[in-house]
Design a protein. Structure first.
Length: 98
């Protein structure tokens, strides 16, 4: 997927409540919309980039415009809460076979 799309990364949106993710769209917002259409709640959705060519501990980048949500205390494109980061990493780790 990475080679066909962005070269070295795949965009994904993770639903930390439902333990699922949408992958491989041009925009995180497209993946977010897909998950919302299928019952996810926006407050549980976080955008990431996955670099399949990197070791597991470096594979996930927390960076997406959909992550900016001051109402939840997240004022950056990253994921500021380490607990949420850990949940995202656990979900990605359980869904990706390297």
């Amino acid at each position: 997927m990475a080679e066909v799309g962005f070269g070295d990364l795949v965009k994904a949106v993770v639903d930390v409540e439902r333990g699922m993710m949408a992958v491989d769209a041009d925009l995180h917002s497209d993946e977010e919309a897909l998950l919302l259409e299928h019952g996810s709640e926006q407050r549980h959705l976080w955008g990431i980039n996955i670099y399949p060519g990197l070791p597991a501990e470096q594979r996930v980048e927390f960076d997406s415009m959909i992550n900016i949500r001051p109402s939840q205390g997240n004022r950056s494109r990253g994921v500021d809460d380490p607990v949420v980061q850990a949940r995202i990493l656990a979900i990605v780790g359980s869904l990706i076979v390297a």
